[in-house]
Design a protein around this ligand. Structure first.
Ligand code: ADP
Length: 237
């Protein structure tokens, strides 16, 4: 569903992503794990069509810059950027109109309820805390009922209730057959239900671990042996 082939993204001469490839299938949760500066956000933004890069990215077979791909891809950025003078509900309405959604209101209400935001519908963007903005951002990404969803450091800034709810929502998305790609520097954050973890270092995916490899209990050791080693790519595959 989310297919990344040989992506290279350079800032000046430095490659933030260096020949990166990955696949996340329908019903799978892929986690991009790596220290700060590993290239996770660059890759996530490339997948969402926000950066220029060399290589090919498709969503359900459609080039990620096509309308078809944008229609089925949801994106929750690391930093929510709401319109200060639009209410929570107007943000959802704005997305609904842009995507020409029909009968979206009940679903939008359900999403707000799940995230404890039902009583904040009339609040302006500028009146919301960082965590509330994050929740609105998640609701905006999900109201289109995307087939693939990309989350950039989604748990940062959420309160414990928000974290629990978002994890449940992500699990539900997986159960519904959506493809999920999540970037995080918190190893423990997604351990419940990830299917495939991509460990990034210096712009490269240096290790791919699938749940069925049975290495869940060793993930932390593997992560540190890779990210703390001196070499360009850490441990060999
Ligand atoms: P991560 O999300 O894993 O923390 P990033 O993708 O943000 O990593 O950054 C990867 C590398 O690219 C870092 O060395 C960072 O300094 C560099 N980088 C990211 N964005 C820019 C930018 N807009 N201009 C120049 N360098 C950048």
């Amino acid at each position: 569903m989310i297919s990344v082939k040989n992506i290279t993204k350079k800032y000046a001469k430095q490659a933030a992503c260096d020949n990166v490839s990955l696949n996340v299938k329908p019903g799978e949760i892929g986690v991009l794990l790596g220290p700060n500066g590993a290239g996770k956000s660059t890759l996530i933004k490339s997948v969402c069509g926000l950066l220029k890069y060399d290589g090919e990215i498709t969503v359900n077979g459609f080039n990620n810059r096509s309308i078809e791909a944008k229609r089925i891809l949801g994106y929750v950025p690391e930093f929510p950027s709401l319109y200060p003078m639009l209410t929570v509900w107007e943000h959802l309405e704005f997305i609904a109109r842009a995507y020409r959604l029909e009968n979206w209101e009940n679903f939008a209400d359900e999403l707000l309820l799940r995230f404890d935001m039902a009583d904040k519908k009339k609040k302006l963007g500028k009146e919301l805390s960082k965590g509330m903005q994050q929740k609105v951002s998640v609701c905006c990404a999900l109201v289109t009922a995307p087939q693939a969803v990309v989350f950039d450091e989604p748990l940062v800034g959420l309160d414990p209730h928000g974290i629990r709810e978002l994890k449940t929502v992500i699990t539900d998305l997986k159960t519904e057959g959506k493809a999920i790609l999540i970037s995080t520097h918190m190893i423990e954050s997604m351990e419940e239900n990830w299917d495939i973890t991509f460990i990034m270092k210096n712009g490269r995916i240096v290790r791919e671990i699938r749940r069925e490899d049975g290495l869940l209990s060793k993930l932390e050791d593997i992560y540190f042996s890779i990210t703390e080693s001196e070499g360009e790519t850490g441990e060999s595959k």
